[in-house]
Design a protein around this ligand. Structure first.
Ligand code: ADP
Length: 345
């Protein structure tokens, strides 16, 4: 039920109270004639002035305070991270205050839920980071201890163990580099510096650089034969990283003697870049979470291939920082297609 506004209530009292006084005097006074009417009018006048004065005082002190409170709550709500839209205000100040406080409480509730989620995310992230770093650290410790325990003098293992320790150090560097990239992207510290460049040549450079790894697995990396420049407006350095991560993945999770095709499509204002492999593919249920930090379909396979589980999260951040989008389509056992858009230049 809509409450009566304080103002309406006061108007009502200002009229009702003097009216009651007037009627009471007329009914119950013993005086007659003019005296009775004068008395009734005097009573009406005094009670009208009194209630009007009370009304003015209440208006000045109480309603002003309510309005000030309403303004304060409005300001607090507006300054929160994601304020909801304004409720439907009426002419009733108390009702408005009630609406505003409820809207504020709802916003707070959402904020608390968001912070709780962030806290879970943070804990998970820390757990993942320490888990990822533990393996290479323990490996290095194992090799060093064996070398100190006499292995250093044993020519059959000393060089081999040092080389293995170096591999673990390389892995730690990769993890730390990826973590640095992701934290810079997530805090918005990393500014995108767009420029006009030819994405075809960049993709060809990246594919050439990965050719040795691909050939070791019998995988062919192909680009369109017409090899004409395709100009885009983007951060060249960051897009190189995107291409490296996607092409490296297509080889890591590609099948032996398979193929990775890099293709370009003209889509209105954008160019669509596609990296398609005919590798192991990804089960449908994993696709929605694929771009999350540390998400892997097959953990041991990823680690065995030197993966950190951060590559696709980095790729998504970079593409989104360009206000563009990335998609994945995959069929288990048949292959995977990643496609992202870039602004034409
Ligand atoms: P990782 O370092 O483990 O490769 P990414 O973030 O690059 O991490 O990829 C996340 C997961 O997505 C991988 O562990 C892998 O399971 C899956 N994945 C990525 N690219 C492909 C692909 N081309 N084919 C099949 N699975 C892929």
């Amino acid at each position: 039920m809509k409450q009566i506004s304080p103002k309406n209530l006061f108007y009502f009292i200002v009229v009702l109270f003097p009216a009651i006084v007037l009627v009471s005097i007329l009914l119950y006074t013993k005086s007659q004639g003019h005296v009775r009417i004068n008395l009734a009018l005097l009573g009406f006048g005094i009670s009208f002035v009194t209630s009007a004065l009370i009304f003015i005082l209440v208006n000045v002190f109480v309603l002003k305070k309510i309005n000030a409170l309403l303004d304060t709550v409005k300001k607090y709500r507006a300054s929160s991270d994601n304020p909801s839209s304004n409720p439907n205000y009426s002419s009733n100040e108390i009702h408005n205050l009630d609406l505003e406080i409820n809207a504020w409480a709802d916003d707070r509730k959402e904020e608390i839920e968001r912070l709780k989620k962030l806290e879970v995310y943070r804990k998970e992230f820390l757990g993942n980071v320490s888990h990822e770093l533990k393996t290479p650290i323990f490996n290095i410790q194992g090799y060093v201890l064996t070398l100190l325990d006499g292995g250093l003098e044993d020519p059959s293992i000393n060089r081999n163990y040092l080389e293995r320790a170096e591999k673990s150090i390389d892995r730690m560097i990769t993890i730390v580099d990826d973590l640095e990239a992701i934290s810079q992207l997530e805090t918005g510290e990393l500014q995108i510096e767009p420029e006009r460049f030819d994405i075809f040549t960049l993709a060809k450079d990246v594919a050439d650089a990965q050719e040795m790894k691909a050939t070791a697995k019998g995988i062919i990396l192909t680009l369109p034969e017409d090899s004409k420049p395709i100009f885009v407006f983007a951060d060249r350095f960051r897009i190189r990283q995107v291409l490296v991560n996607l092409i490296v993945n297509s080889v890591k999770y590609g099948k032996e003697y398979g193929e990775t095709k890099i293709r370009f499509y003209d889509v209105g204002e954008n160019v669509m870049v596609e990296i398609a492999d005919n590798g192991i593919g990804i089960e449908k249920e994993h696709l929605p979470r694929l771009f999350e930090r540390f998400y892997r379909v097959d953990k041991s396979r990823s680690r065995e291939q030197g993966g950190t589980g951060l590559g696709l999260a980095i790729v998504k951040h970079i593409i989104e920082a360009h206000n563009q989008s990335i998609n994945v389509m995959s069929t288990e056992g048949a292959g995977t297609v990643f496609s992202f858009s870039l602004k034409k230049a």
